[in-house]
Design a protein around this ligand. Structure first.
Ligand SMILES: C[S@@+](CC[C@H](N)C(=O)[O-])C[C@H]1O[C@@H](n2cnc3c(N)ncnc32)[C@H](O)[C@@H]1O
Length: 232
């Protein structure tokens, strides 16, 4: 079967893969050849193994497909990831940042954390798993270096505030953040747009320039992805 892979024109480390007659799909170069994270398709071309990236499983892929203008996460970068869960999106970030990059993965559920280690981090030396609470960044301060970007997907009240507190401690000057806001988990009674606005306002008050807000439908309902730059 013919397979074609081409580099994404704007985002280093991201690819388009096309199997004969199928639509083009997002993919990354697998940092852990032979290993999948959730049963995604692996394709080999000229000695390289690519992993397909499902936008229904990863909000970052959904944001890229829905028109993200800039992907600040690049090969060699250090990324702080808040809410790593079982490692689906963190594993793609691990692919993108490659050997010289680092992704520090904060997750506070011990059960989920075990899966993150067993299924993902054990095969990827550029991922540093940390079992802790993103609301208490001073507790994991000693494990983390200054980072180029922060990715936040914790589905918690006051997500923007938690992100900003981590940025004040770990983000480099003029660094970037990506924040996935889940409207429903913050307050079930409130309208999603009101919740989004409140979180965006918090970001602005905490020295971020909001660059882009992306709806994630049809891949993910009731979520938006926010791309913002730290102005400090
Ligand atoms: C929506 S899931 C993240 C999915 C993941 N970002 C992905 O795309 O693969 C949210 C995760 O954040 C974790 N979480 C929620 N609040 C947290 C906190 N205060 N500190 C650390 N992790 C937290 C939850 O346990 C859950 O695993």
């Amino acid at each position: 079967m013919a397979i074609e892979v081409e580099a994404h024109k704007l985002f280093p480390g991201v690819y388009w893969a096309q199997l004969e007659l199928e639509k083009k799909k997002l993919a990354t170069l697998n940092f852990a050849p032979g290993h999948t994270v959730y049963g995604e398709k692996l394709v080999k071309i000229e000695g390289n193994e690519y992993r397909s990236w499902n936008p229904f499983r990863s909000k970052l892929a959904a944001a890229i497909l829905n028109g993200l203008k800039k992907l600040p996460i690049k090969p060699g970068h250090k990324v702080l990831y808040l809410g790593a869960a079982t490692g689906t999106t963190p594993s793609y970030i691990s692919d993108i940042i490659e050997q010289k990059g680092r992704v520090f993965c904060i997750e506070f559920s011990p059960r989920v954390f075990r899966e993150l280690i067993d299924r993902v981090c054990n095969y990827r030396q550029n991922m540093i798993p940390i079992l802790d609470d993103a609301r208490l960044p001073e507790r994991y301060r000693m494990f983390i270096e200054e980072v180029d970007e922060i990715y936040c997907d914790i589905a918690q009240p006051e997500q923007a505030k938690i992100l900003a507190n981590n940025a004040d401690m770990f983000l480099k000057s003029k660094g970037w953040v990506l924040l996935a806001i889940k409207a429903r988990s913050i307050n079930v009674a409130e309208e999603p747009t009101k919740i989004y606005e409140k979180e965006l306002q918090t970001l602005r008050e905490r020295s971020f320039d909001v660059d882009q807000v992306i709806q994630l439908e049809p891949y993910d309902k009731d979520h938006i992805m926010v791309l913002a730059k730290y102005t400090k």
